[in-house]
Design a protein around this ligand. Structure first.
Ligand code: C2E
Ligand code: CA
Ligand code: CA
Length: 428
């Protein structure tokens, strides 16, 4: 059977499953999703990504048995029904076979693309034997695999009860904005030239009433792509400005960086609401840096570029976060009205042990300075790295060496307790 259309897959799969209730045959549903495909949409275009999905589904079809069903069931998602398995273990063997096929570099013209597949598996059993249940369970397992950065996850009863089920977390997070479960951690940034803490990055924190602290990258993943994301960003923006304004009246000025997602930059009301925030809290926009990642900027590029220019015109500073880790080309980065780049911690962490990493950091600093951009190094955990970065001319340092994200009151106390405002660590 060829790769089926979505409609045909639903019909044929439901038919196969209902017929099997009378026999002892075992079936399984697999859902394969591709994590970085939204980025590829921005780089290669929708039509090319559609063609890649088509080719991948053919590859899967060839890797499976003749009677198994394969269909593209979502923008970046392929579903399979494996039929008449001898044992449940055969479902996992087939899944690993699929994974091997999908983790080989995918050839597109002269280019080779590494895919990042993630597979959820649901086995049919007495309780779960309709197509709807199996698709739902495989989807939950796939989301759990993605959150836990695993490649394959088998659905179990535990998956269903998991506190990290996307849907539960999403609605809890939606309430958390109102119930005061969210707060901000402020991570200090030191100006290398004078050794003073002059700025900070505001990082979102959520303490869930039942599950305790939730990892920030996990909660952002839940919000991204939904209306929650820009609500959260506005909450972060207002909270950071409100908290900072209370210290400004005491004469203490620190700049603050705030992380923005692609959803934020697509929200037509955003700039208006941010302008209101500035006037409510009376903070100059030049003290606020908006951090975006390369991935954010690659998605829906033209519109996002307009928003970035509007923010720049309003007086905000713009920073390229996680610099060097994304897909973007240098030409695209040069189009952006940037003030700063943040060198990602994967380069910084290894620069004292891996010579190549140090050379990359050195080149990034030189490049940024030639473009008149400020350079922030993040993830600085030891004095040796700090000293090396200072020698290389890095402007600002952020990392556990200076301090972990903390409540603003603690950060202000740290700044005030430094004799003559020299940081506790003799780094300057
Ligand atoms: P990011 O923007 O790259 O933030 C830096 C992350 O590195 C933070 O993790 C910070 O705690 C961690 N970090 C800082 N110094 C060190 C160090 O020396 N060593 C190591 N190993 N880690 C260090 P966190 O707070 O868990 O945030 C993770 C990511 O979640 C952030 O990465 C950012 O992408 C996202 N995020 C956090 N807050 C927000 C927010 O308000 N809005 C949005 N859109 N994203 C946010
Ligand atoms: Ca950041
Ligand atoms: Ca970063």
């Amino acid at each position: 059977m060829p790769v089926l259309t979505y409609q045909d897959f639903l019909q044929v799969a439901a038919h196969k499953l209902s017929n099997s209730h009378h026999s002892n045959s075992r079936h399984a549903v697999l859902i394969v999703s591709f994590e970085r495909f939204p980025e590829l949409d921005g780089i290669l275009g929708f039509t090319t990504v559609d063609k890649i999905m088509q080719q991948l589904s053919e590859q899967l079809k060839n890797a499976l048995n003749l009677e198994d069903l394969v269909s593209i069931t979502g923008r970046y998602q392929i579903s399979c029904l494996l039929v008449d398995l001898l044992t449940n273990a055969h479902a996992m063997l087939a899944t690993h076979k699929i994974l091997r096929t999908l983790t080989l570099p995918f050839t597109l013209g002269k280019q080779k693309i590494m895919l990042t597949p993630c597979i959820g598996v649901a086995l049919a059993c007495e309780r779960n034997n309709t197509l709807d249940q199996l698709m739902r369970n495989a989807s939950l397992a796939m989301h759990e695999a993605r959150q836990e950065k695993e490649l394959i996850k088998l659905f179990t009863e535990k998956t269903e009860d998991s506190p990290f089920s996307q849907i539960d977390l999403w609605s809890d997070l939606s309430n958390a904005i109102e119930t005061g479960e969210l707060h901000l951690g402020y991570q200090p940034q030191v100006n290398v030239a004078n050794g003073k803490i002059e700025s900070t990055e505001a990082l979102l924190r959520w303490i869930h009433p039942q599950h305790g602290p939730i990892r920030t990258d996990k909660l952002i993943e839940v919000a991204e792509g939904t209306i929650l994301m820009s609500r959260l960003t506005l909450w972060v923006f207002h909270t950071a400005l409100r908290e900072l304004s209370s210290y400004r009246s005491a004469g203490l000025n620190v700049g603050v960086s705030i992380n923005f997602s692609a959803d934020d930059l697509r929200d037509p009301e955003l700039t208006e609401l941010m302008a209101q925030g500035l006037s409510i809290w009376n903070i100059p926009p030049s003290d606020i840096t908006i951090e975006v990642t390369e991935t954010t900027v690659m998605n829906n590029h033209a519109h996002i570029l307009d928003t970035l220019y509007s923010l720049k015109d309003m007086g905000f500073k713009l920073s390229m976060d996680d610099f060097g880790t994304g897909y973007s080309s240098m030409a695209r980065i040069l189009e952006l009205p940037l003030d700063e780049i943040k060198i990602d911690k994967i380069f910084v962490n290894r620069m004292t042990t891996h010579h190549k990493h140090e050379r990359i950091v050195d080149s990034m600093i030189n490049l940024a300075h030639r473009l008149n951009l400020t350079v922030v190094a993040e993830g600085v955990e030891d004095t040796e790295t700090y000293k090396r970065l200072k020698t290389l001319g890095c402007d600002v340092i952020q990392g556990y060496l200076i301090g972990k994200p903390m409540p603003l009151a603690d950060l202000i106390r740290t700044i005030n307790n430094q004799p003559n405002k020299v940081p506790p660590l003799k780094l300057a």
